[in-house]
Design a protein around this ligand. Structure first.
Ligand SMILES: CC(C)(COP(=O)(O)OP(=O)(O)OC[C@H]1O[C@@H](n2cnc3c(N)ncnc32)[C@H](O)[C@@H]1OP(=O)(O)O)[C@@H](O)C(=O)NCCC(=O)NCCS
Length: 154
């Protein structure tokens, strides 16, 4: 991944393009430890092919290099809920963190959700991931009305 950039260099947020796939895979791999190329190719292709307004895929770019991405979806009436915008993935290059890139991505996604008539944004985070919890709390998210339930299948 890239060299840490000096603070203040201009970063833009734009819709993801096909050429961004390699960086998206690398950024996700840096966060999760697994390179899921076919998963991200399918996800990005679906977004690019359909251009559906209920699927959003944005990247943060500085001086021609993609340093972060966010993927969001509008899901209607899932679990009996009113339409809501979900953050399904968010990652910033570890060398470029704490410079506001994650916030730029999240704020832009929320602006697009709002323009689509959505009034609630939701995500799911691990209870042990304090950075994620702190990040989303800093953007005003609080505990939601649902509780995840699960069971191991034999
Ligand atoms: C979570 C993540 C996207 C934040 O990106 P970022 O560009 O560093 O975030 P920002 O610089 O916009 O930080 C915004 C706020 O988040 C909080 N925050 C960010 N990093 C933090 C850290 N390491 N510890 C505590 N709070 C933190 C702070 O409140 C910060 O506000 P401040 O700068 O006024 O203190 C980034 O750490 C990341 O990619 N983590 C790994 C992947 C991940 O956890 N994804 C989210 C769920 S899919």
């Amino acid at each position: 991944l890239g060299q840490r950039r000096p603070k203040g260099e201009g970063t833009g947020v734009r819709a993801a393009r096909r050429v961004d796939l390699g960086r998206i895979v690398a950024l996700d791999a840096a966060v999760t430890g697994a390179a899921k190329r076919s998963y991200w190719r399918t996800s990005l292709q679906h977004h690019l092919r359909t251009r559906e307004s209920d699927r959003l895929f944005l990247v943060a770019e500085t001086a021609g290099q993609v340093d972060g991405f966010i993927a969001g979806e509008i899901r209607a009436f899932e679990f009996g809920s009113a339409p809501c915008g979900w953050v399904v993935a968010l990652a910033v290059d570890p060398r470029q963190r704490e410079r506001g890139l994650g916030s730029r991505l999240f704020t832009d996604l929320c602006r697009r959700f709002r323009a689509a008539g959505i009034r609630t944004v939701r995500t799911m985070v691990s209870r042990t991931q304090r950075t994620q919890l702190s990040f989303f709390r800093s953007h005003g998210l609080t505990t939601g009305p649902y509780l995840e339930l699960e069971k191991q299948l034999d």
